[in-house]
Ligand binder design. Sequence first.
Ligand code: PLP
Length: 422
Amino acid sequence: MDNISFEATLSFAQSLDQQDELARFKDEFHYPQANGKNVIYFCGNSLGLQPRNVEAAVQQELNDWKNLGISGFLKAKNPWMYYQEYFKPALANIVGAKEDEVTVMNSLTVNLHLLMLTFYRPTATRFKIIMEAGAFPSDQYAAETQVIYHGFSPDKSVIELKPREGEKLLRTDDILAGIEEHSNELALVLLGGINYYTGQLFDMKAITAATQKAGAIAAFDLAHAAGNAPLQLHDWNVDFAVWCSYKYLNGGPGAVGGVYVHERYASDPATARLGGWWGNDEEGRFKMEKGFKAKSNASGWNISTAQILNMVSLKASLELFEEAGMENLRAKSVSLTAWLEFLLQQLKNINFEIITPADPEGRGAQLSLYFKEQGRAIHDKMIEKGIIVDYREPGVIRVAPAPMYCSYEDVYRFYEILRDEF
Ligand SMILES: *Cc1c(COP(=O)(O)O)cnc(C)c1O
């Protein structure tokens, strides 16, 4: 369905919902309440909603712990010993990787640091990190402190790529030119797969190829891309990636983070890393012997005992991703976001700009709307009406209709308020 055939009416929105094969997933979630009814939730890019199957899944682990104690490691319904294994098929699908290339552990920024210990090993001649200007602060802090930790200066080592004067998005050509320009001293390119603020989805394939041609490592923070945008990390030959599980993946606040390491490193136990017993070859784990032998897959970066209670909610949520299918979710997402864009284009009463790329290939679910005036008032009105969106200075409202639980009618209700109340 393209924008041209859309009609800005409620009945049209409802007809789109009737044709939506993923519509039933809306009932698989819990919703905060406002004005006595479910809110409309466009904040899945910050914290996804709770899937209804989470409670029973958590209860299962609590019961197994209660009834089995230590035996739960082998005798729980989902033996805890192998817990991280259960995530591999679903996550491999979501990020476009081999099962041996993904694992879950810790949390996003911690994982970024751990993988930088493997992949960012600056030398006197190769020490630069390329990032996007305005990267998520945690990523900025990680890069800055790693550089300092290795004895280099952030001013000279962290190169920030900025949009051209008067523009809000980074052009792919400019990213590739930046990589080329610094190629002799470049150690690492670390970009968000999707920029959290603008919603821009980067051309990870082209960026990876250019980075590797420059002799550097290509890494992505997929916090806003995992479970949202189509990813083919293995085929794009990405070196490593990290993401959190509480945004589009609906794993719950602070849920366990995800990691991808290309098999050329993951399969090699000699790849440098900091070890712990959970990353050790399983056969030897309980022999309590000297000598770390890394597992020959991404789990070789695991360090500590699996944190069952911090993983179980993601495990439950991923069942819904398996049922819905990432390709179907993306297809709905492209259409739902185009519907949002179409409706916004009908507004004549409000002065605003959509910062996010217009090309569907250049964005995920989110549109970032820059309101030249009244941004705060529009945000507050939405909240008052039970529509959850977030606000970032100066005047940006990020609207992320997650295809798993947002409907075409939800998007219409947002438009209706902008049309009628301002
Ligand atoms: C959400 C987000 C984070 C959060 O990191 P945590 O370690 O999970 O707190 C980091 N980076 C990006 C790009 C994000 O969007």
